[in-house]
Design a protein around this ligand. Structure first.
Ligand code: SAM
Ligand code: SF4
Ligand code: SF4
Length: 339
C-alpha cells in the first residue's frame, strides 16, 4: 500500500546526514563563535555505522524513496565515505544517488566516489569574490581550494553539476551576476537559495533574506531569463532558462514561495533519528530499536507510522509566527540533518 502522510504527500527522497562535523564555519549554518574548539560533536559510537545506514535505506526505499542524497555536516569528512556510496549503490530501487558537499576535499576523493557509483554532485559555492567567499565560510577556505574541487568534479565527468548558493542580503547579493555568468559558461545549474531560519543558532532575520523574485530581476537585467515548467512533483527549485539557450538557473524560495505541498523528503540524522521536516523540533530514533534487535518489519512499522503522522508545513506558516515564537521553537540544526 502506498505510504502517504497527512497531506497525501508520498515519501520519495531520503537525505542522509553522515556526520555533524564540518571543516567550514558558514555563519548561516555553523557560526564559529558557537561551534568553537570546545563544541561537543557526536562521539563516534553514536553515529550509525555504514551497515546500519544501508539497512535503514533498504527499508525506506521499500516504502517509496527512490532518490538518496548524502549530506552533513560535510559528508567528505566521514572516513571512507566511498564505501557507503558503494553499499547504497547496490540497494535495489535507489534510482539516484547524490551528494552535497562544500568541495574542499573533493580532489582527494572524487575518483573513489565515482568508482563507488556516486551519480550526481551538488557543490555549495556562494560567491566568486574571494573576500565574500571567505566571509561566507567563516574564514576556512579561499576560492582556490573550492575551485580545485569543482575542477576535479568536472574532470571526473560530473556535468552538469548543481551549484548551491545561499543568498544573504548585504553579504553576497552584489556578486550574484558574476556567479551566474561563471556557471553558465561552464554549463552547470546554479541554484540560488533564500537564506533560511534553520535551527536557532544563525541569528536569522527576515531583513537578511533577498527574495528570489529580486534575484531573478537582478540576473534578468544582465542575462535575460524565461521561466521553465517544473520537471516532477517534489521539485523544490523553480527553474528559469537563459533566453539565448545557454543554460538554466534554479531558485529555492523556502521563505517567500514555500513548497511544503509537494515536499517528499525524509531526513536521517547521523545518530539515526528520522526527521520529516527541515524545521522539525523532534526526530524519531531508529538507532535505539535497531541496536536493541528490532527486525526489518518492526523498523518499517516505525517509519510508516512516522511518515503517516507527518503534517509538517513550517515554511507555509513561518510568516504567521512572531519573531519570539520562531525563536522559542527549538529546531534541529542544518549541519545536523543536512540541507
Ligand atoms: N557541507 C555540505 C555543503 O555545504 O554543501 C552539505 C551540508 S549543508 C548543511 C547543505 C546545504 O545547506 C548547503 O548548500 C548550504 O549552503 C545550505 N544551507 C546551510 N544553511 C543554510 C541556511 N541557513 N539557509 C539556506 N541554506 C543553507
Ligand atoms: Fe559546513 Fe555545509 Fe554548514 Fe557550511 S553549509 S558550515 S559547509 S555543513
Ligand atoms: Fe518540507 Fe518542512 Fe521545508 Fe515545508 S518546511 S518544504 S515540510 S522541509
Amino acid at each position: 500500500m502506498k505510504l502517504l502522510d497527512q497531506f497525501n504527500r508520498p515519501l520519495r527522497d531520503l537525505r542522509i546526514s553522515v556526520t555533524d562535523r564540518c571543516n567550514f564555519r558558514c555563519p548561516y549554518c555553523m557560526p564559529a563563535e558557537i561551534f568553537g574548539e570546545r563544541y561537543q560533536f557526536l562521539p563516534k559510537p553514536q553515529l550509525l555505522t555504514f551497515e546500519e545506514i544501508a539497512r535503514l535505506t533498504r527499508i525506506i526505499v521499500r516504502l517509496g524513496a527512490v532518490k538518496v542524497r548524502l549530506t552533513g555536516g560535510e559528508p567528505l569528512l566521514r572516513q571512507d565515505i566511498e564505501e557507503l556510496v558503494a553499499m547504497l549503490d547496490s540497494v535495489d530501487g535507489v534510482e539516484d544517488l547524490a551528494m552535497t558537499t562544500n568541495a574542499y576535499l573533493l580532489p582527494a576523493k572524487i575518483d573513489a566516489l565515482k568508482a563507488a557509483g556516486l551519480k550526481r554532485l551538488t557543490i555549495s559555492f556562494d560567491s566568486l569574490d574571494d573576500e565574500v567567499f571567505r566571509v561566507m565560510n567563516g574564514g576556512r577556505s579561499g576560492l582556490k581550494k573550492v575551485l580545485a574541487g569543482l575542477e576535479a568534479a568536472e574532470a571526473a565527468g560530473y556535468s552538469p553539476l548543481k551549484i548551491n548558493a545561499v543568498v544573504q542580503r548585504g553579504v553576497n547579493d552584489h556578486t550574484l551576476v558574476d556567479l551566474a555568468r561563471f556557471f553558465r559558461n561552464r554549463g552547470h545549474i546554479l541554484r540560488f537559495i533564500e537564506y533560511m531560519d534553520v535551527g536557532n543558532k544563525n541569528g536569522w532575520q527576515m531583513k537578511q533574506v533577498l527574495p528570489s523574485a529580486d534575484v531573478v530581476e537582478i540576473i534578468n537585467a544582465e542575462m535575460p531569463l524565461e521561466p521553465v515548467p517544473g520537471n516532477y512533483f517534489g521539485e523544490v527549485a523553480r527553474r528559469y532558462r537563459y533566453a539565448d539557450g545557454s543554460g538554466e538557473i534554479g531558485l529555492i524560495s523556502s521563505v517567500t514561495q514555500p513548497f511544503c505541498g509537494s515536499c517528499t523528503r525524509m531526513r536521517l540524522s547521523p545518530e539515526g533519528r528520522i526527521f520529516t521536516c527541515l524545521f522539525a523540533v523532534e526526530g524519531v530514533s531508529l538507532r535505539d530499536p535497531l541496536r536493541s534487535g528490532a527486525t526489518d518489519d518492526e523498523l518499517e512499522a516505525i517509519i510508516r507510522a512516522t511518515w503517516g503522522d507527518r503534517n509538517d508545513r513550517y515554511s507555509e506558516i513561518r510568516s504567521s509566527l512572531t519573531q519570539e515564537l520562531r525563536e522559542r521553537r527549538k529546531k534541529v540544526e542544518m549541519y545536523h540533518i543536512g540541507g
